[in-house]
Design a protein around this ligand. Structure first.
Ligand SMILES: *Cc1c(COP(=O)(O)O)cnc(C)c1O
Length: 354
C-alpha cells in the first residue's frame, strides 16, 4: 500500500519487526527500524525521495562505491521526551555537513528539503522505534554512495542517498585507555579528514587494531607531518583539561568539525569554564600529566556524546588521569543530553521538534 506523506511516497512494511526487539538491552546500531528512506540521483538530478521497508540494497559489481570508495555519511540521533515528543539536535548542521563531505568526494549535493523532509517523515513513521530507556536514542545514519556503474576511475553518474535508523543504547561503557599514535595518520593537509567519507574510517581500523593488541581502546591521532599535535580521539573530537582550562584543537582540513565539539564549547563558556581553541602539542600534554596539571581528557561525538579517557600511552609509558569527584566531562554531558532529551531549557535554540 502506497501513501504520500509530506510529498514523499511511502511504501509501508507489511508487518512490523518491533515485537522482536528487546528494548531493555539495546546494543549500538545492531537492529534497524521497519523503514528506510531512499533517494536516487540519475540523469544529472536528485529524484524525489521515497520511504520503503528496510531491506538489502542490490548493486552491480561494477558500482563505483565498491572500487573507489565514493561514499559519505552522517551520524545523528532522535530523542523522545516524557510526553512522547520527538526531538533532533541541530539537524541542519548534519544536513550541511553531508553536503560539505559530498563535495569533497565529487558527489552531487543533496537538496536540503529532501534530507529534512525525508528524515522527518521517516521518523514520524517509525516513531515507536525511538527508545525511551535511560541513555538510549534512535541512531540515524544518512549516507550517500556511488551506485553508478563502470570500472573507470572517475566519479559515478548515479548515486543513492539512504537514511537508516537503529534504536540504540549508550555507546561506550566505562572510561577508555588511548594510545598516542606516532606512525599512522588519519588525515593530511589537503586530504579528506574534515569529511565524513567512508574511506577515512577504513584507514583507521588497522592502527586501532594494533593499539588494541597493546591494551588500548582507541588511538589519539596526531598531525601527519611531525606527529607533534593532538588532533582527534578515534572518530571523536578531543578535549583536554589542564588545570581548569578546557582546550580543543581548531578545526582544519585534518580535523572534523564536530557538532558535539562546538556545542560543548558553547556550553562550557555558558558555564563559565575557561575554554581555549588552539593547537596542543603532545609534549604539553605529557608535561601537564607529569606535573599533575592534567585533569581530564575526553572524546566528543554524537554516538558517545562524551567519552572520558582514563589513561594515555605515549612512547611506552602510560599516564593515568586522576579520578575527579566532579568532572567537566560529566557536567557537560549532562547539560547537552538534558537539552537533547528536552529535560532542560535550551537557551541556544538547538533542539528541533519533529
Ligand atoms: C563524526 C565525527 C566526529 C564527531 O562529530 P559530531 O558531529 O559531534 O558527531 C569527530 N571526529 C570524526 C573523525 C568524526 O567522524
Amino acid at each position: 500500500m502506497n501513501t504520500t506523506v509530506n510529498n514523499i511516497v511511502v511504501h509501508k512494511a507489511k508487518s512490523s519487526k518491533i515485537d522482536k526487539v528487546d528494548f531493555e538491552n539495546l546494543a549500538f546500531g545492531k537492529v534497524f527500524t521497519d523503514h528506510m528512506l531512499v533517494c536516487n540521483y540519475k540523469n544529472g538530478q536528485w529524484e524525489a525521495p521515497q520511504i520503503m521497508p528496510y531491506q538489502p540494497i542490490t548493486l552491480d559489481p561494477s558500482a563505483k562505491i565498491f572500487h573507489y570508495g565514493q561514499s559519505v555519511f552522517e551520524g545523528m540521533k532522535a530523542y523522545k521526551d516524557e510526553e512522547d515528543n520527538i526531538w533532533l539536535f541541530r539537524p541542519l548542521e548534519n544536513q550541511k555537513r553531508l553536503n560539505i563531505s559530498a563535495k569533497r568526494i565529487a558527489i552531487p549535493e543533496l537538496p536540503e528539503e529532501y534530507f529534512m523532509e525525508g528524515l522527518k517523515t521517516l521518523l514520524q513513521l517509525d516513531e515507536q522505534w525511538i527508545p525511551t530507556t535511560a541513555g538510549s536514542s534512535l541512531y540515524i545514519r544518512p549516507f550517500i554512495f556511488a551506485s553508478g556503474e563502470g570500472f573507470h576511475a572517475s566519479p559515478a553518474d548515479e548515486y543513492t542517498f539512504v537514511i537508516a535508523c537503529a534504536p540504540s543504547g549508550a555507546y561506550f561503557s566505562g572510561k577508555v585507555r588511548v594510545l598516542i599514535e606516532e606512525h599512522y595518520s588519519r588525515s593530511a593537509n589537503g586530504g579528506v579528514g574534515y569529511a565524513k567519507a567512508g574511506g577515512n574510517y577504513a584507514g583507521q581500523f588497522y592502527p586501532t587494531q594494533l593499539a588494541a593488541e597493546k591494551g588500548y581502546n582507541q588511538v589519539i591521532w596526531t598531525d601527519d607531518n611531525k606527529h607533534e599535535y593532538i588532533e582527534e580521539a578515534g572518530a571523536m573530537n578531543i578535549f583536554i583539561r589542564i588545570d581548569d582550562t578546557l582546550i580543543t584543537g581548531p578545526t582544519s582540513d585534518r580535523i572534523l568539525d564536530g557538532i558535539t565539539r562546538k556545542s560543548i564549547l558553547e556550553i562550557a563558556r555558558d558555564e563559565g569554564i575557561k575554554t581555549e581553541v588552539r593547537k596542543i602539542t603532545v609534549s604539553e600534554l605529557v608535561e601537564a600529566a607529569k606535573s599533575g596539571r592534567l585533569k581530564e581528557m575526553f572524546g566528543a561525538g554524537t554516538a558517545a556524546v562524551v567519552s572520558p579517557i582514563s589513561a594515555f600511552g605515549y612512547r611506552g609509558t602510560d599516564y593515568d588521569l586522576p579520578e575527579l569527584g566532579s568532572s567537566y566531562a560529566e557536567l557537560l554531558k549532562k547539560r547537552i543530553t538534558d537539552i537533547q532529551y528536552n529535560r532542560a531549557e535550551d537557551p541556544f535554540g538547538w533542539r528541533y521538534k519533529v
